[in-house]
Design a protein around this ligand. Structure first.
Ligand code: PLP
Length: 360
């Protein structure tokens, strides 16, 4: 599958009707149909494509399909945890769109609904994109979708980070709450291969998305990836709910254990997080350990504990390995031990050996 193509064209070529530009495609077409059917069922949505090669390509296809040159797009600024791709220098600039930011309330790490509604009424964007890369709390989809409808704007939701949680019925259900389009990727909280996804209940939007796939944002789809995505979807269908609930339970438990151990996550008063992500407080980290995020990530990597260099910890991978709330105290202990200068590599390796069975 990794090197085969399929391209249904259903048209006459040199006098003969050609169903597909390639042969040997029956298996591929079946696998794609299976992935789409499973996803429609899991996400309760009519139209699905996993053709975009990544979340970024899905975002590009979304903006191409929902906007025309000169239109205004509003999304969160990257300094507020938004995805850089929607900021003015990137996709909007490539497509000749204007970009503006959604008002943000850092203390609750969320959209400032009142100010956002005001700004949307005033500026009348063509598209508003919710969703983020630093994404501990659900976005106000319902409230923003109402004002979008009022001014005739589309509402897209970039669920790349929380795709596996949405699939498992956790965090939020952006399409049911009023978003026109769900942009996703299949390799963050969704435990599949690297890839992108677009989902909508609106047939006109989906027609435009399909037009913007072949020869515009992708040519040949990576069918090995679609097969692996279908396999992941089969597992999500049977175990996605338990997995997603466990991911969130683990992040809350890990955040609490880190806090008890003196490594302060942000948003204690908000329950720390409702997603797979825990965000650390940079000032507390300097004060308690004398470290910035990058040096923390480097120290932990030496002990086989992988976090990013911008202060986020994620529990999706350890949950997939089978860890539960009761294990988070040990995880926190190992993290804090490493940051306090202890050599914890052997302890990490020993602990990790207990979790060779995946969640599903
Ligand atoms: C919110 C969001 N959207 C889109 C992307 C891009 O996804 P991909 O890496 O699959 O291209 C990212 C990447 O981290 C992201 O955080």
């Amino acid at each position: 599958m990794a090197s085969r193509y399929t391209l249904p064209i259903n048209q006459e070529v040199h006098g003969s009707f050609v169903e597909n530009a390639y042969r040997g495609t029956r298996g591929l077409d079946k696998v794609e149909a299976l992935a789409n059917e499973l996803a429609s069922d899991i996400f309760s949505v009519k139209h699905v494509t996993f053709a975009p090669l990544s979340g970024h390509i899905a975002a590009l296809g979304a903006l191409l399909s929902l906007c025309e040159k000169g239109d205004l797009v509003m999304a969160l600024d990257s300094s507020s945890g938004g995805y850089d791709g929607y900021n003015s220098d990137y996709i909007p600039d490539m497509l000749g769109l204007r970009a503006d930011t959604l008002p943000f309330a850092p203390e609750i790490w969320n959209i400032d609904v009142e100010k956002a509604v005001e700004k949307i009424v005033e500026q009348k964007p063509k598209l508003v994109v919710l969703g983020a890369s630093f994404f501990p709390f659900p976005h106000p989809v319902r409230e923003i979708s109402e004002v979008c409808r009022e001014v005739g704007a589309y509402l897209a939701y970039d669920g790349c980070h929380v795709f596996g949680l949405i699939a498992g019925g956790e965090f939020q259900s952006p399409l049911a709450e009023g978003a026109d389009l769900l942009i996703g990727n299949t390799h963050k909280s969704f435990f599949g291969p690297q890839g992108g996804a677009l989902m909508t209940n609106d047939s006109q939007i989906f027609d435009r998305i399909k037009k913007n796939l072949t020869w515009r944002t992708v040519d040949n789809i990576h069918w090995n990836r679609i097969a692996a995505t279908a396999q992941a979807l089969c597992e999500v269908k049977d175990h996605g709910k338990g997995y997603a609930g466990q991911v969130v339970g683990n992040s809350k438990a890990l955040a609490r254990a880190l806090d008890d151990g003196g490594l302060r996550p942000l948003f204690r008063e908000l329950g720390y997080t409702a997603s797979h992500q825990i965000m650390l407080d940079p000032e507390e980290l300097v004060a308690s350990k004398g470290l910035d995020f990058n040096s923390m990530a480097i120290i932990l990597e030496r002990s086989n504990i992988i976090i990013d260099a911008v202060g986020r910890l994620g529990t999706n991978e350890i949950t997939r390995l089978g860890m539960v709330e009761g294990d988070m105290e040990r995880v926190a202990e190992l993290i804090i031990g490493a940051l306090d200068g202890e050599d914890v590599l052997e302890k990490v390796l020993k602990f990790r050996r207990n979790y060779n069975v995946c969640f599903c």
